[in-house]
Design a protein around this ligand. Structure first.
Ligand SMILES: [Zn+2]
Ligand SMILES: [Zn+2]
Length: 289
């Protein structure tokens, strides 16, 4: 074998993905990597096309345009920066239920790739905190945006409520804050039912769910710390170790729960909060002789 062939080097910055993701002031940001060269237009950004009469004209290079558009969509998605590295590949499920949840997330993406119009049914990941529910939905959303050029948004519902309250005192209409989310093709609603759920919060939630429910071509992915019914966990001596005082139905009401059930599949996750399992490194104590 001749070794004269040039070795193809993989870009150390992006691993040849041609973009880099990073956390900028708490938001996920995507940037073209310096190794990006478009072979369609040699970096000019425009290529010659022909109209119906055979006349040549210059127009945007479709490859560059689409690539940059995907990065722009990701920058506008509102995904928190701490998920810049989140992918389904790095998610490590503990326990059968969480393995099933991962496999459901992968199936969802496969179905979408085969037939985006057919897979309008969303997913609702439910279970205690620290099981990686948000990791799973964000990984799905990132992949849909970067690979399928989907117009997707992430909303922390609790934060949105606070933004709406703030908007009232600055003459900003509630609709101007809500609309970008309602119009997105794929929407992630994180931490559904977090908050006090007073009448006003319930009205906003109802507006969200009704709008997404009525839009036949839109997909909504949810996470919630609440289960569809009250649950308890016991230790080996039968003592109750954790108790979920309220169910999702009690938090959102039976009307919204029934709509959720029609819009998406409920996926239960279980186990211990991985964040409480991360132990600090052992301290090295230097003993004096
Ligand atoms: Zn690169
Ligand atoms: Zn190009």
């Amino acid at each position: 074998m001749s070794s004269t062939k040039k070795q193809i080097k993989v870009c150390p910055k992006c691993g040849d993905k041609k973009y880099n993701l990073f956390n900028h002031e708490g938001k996920l940001r995507a940037k073209l990597c310096s190794c990006f060269i478009c072979y369609e237009c040699d970096g000019e950004g425009r290529t010659f096309h022909q109209d119906d009469k055979g006349m040549a004209f210059l127009a945007d290079c479709s490859f560059c345009f689409s690539f940059r558009k995907r990065l722009r969509l990701l920058n506008d998605s509102g995904i928190p920066g701490k998920f810049s590295n989140a992918t389904l590949e790095i998610y490590q499920p503990i326990g059968l239920q969480n393995k099933k949840a991962l496999s459901r997330a992968k199936d969802f993406l496969d179905d979408f790739r085969i037939s985006p119009k057919q897979s309008c049914r969303g997913l609702l990941f439910m279970g205690g905190p620290g099981l990686g529910k948000t990791h799973l939905v964000v990984s799905i959303l990132k992949q849909l945006i970067l690979e399928e050029e989907v117009h997707g948004k992430f909303v922390d519902f609790f934060q949105l409520l606070s933004d709406i309250r703030h908007g009232y005192s600055h003459d900003q209409s509630e609709m101007s804050l809500i609309e970008p989310y309602l119009n997105s093709s794929v929407l992630v609603i994180d931490e559904l039912a977090k908050g006090r759920n007073n009448e006003w919060e319930q009205t906003i939630l109802d507006q969200f769910i009704s709008s997404r429910y009525n839009a036949a071509d839109k997909i909504t992915l949810f996470t919630t710390n609440y289960s569809d019914r009250c649950s308890t966990s016991n230790d080996k001596n039968g003592r109750i170790t954790s108790l979920q005082k309220q169910s999702l139905e009690e938090k959102v009401g039976d009307r919204i729960l029934s709509r959720l059930a029609q819009m998406c599949d409920f996926i239960k996750m279980e186990g211990e909060d991985y964040r409480t399992k991360i132990k600090p490194p052992p301290r090295i104590i230097h003993q004096k002789n």
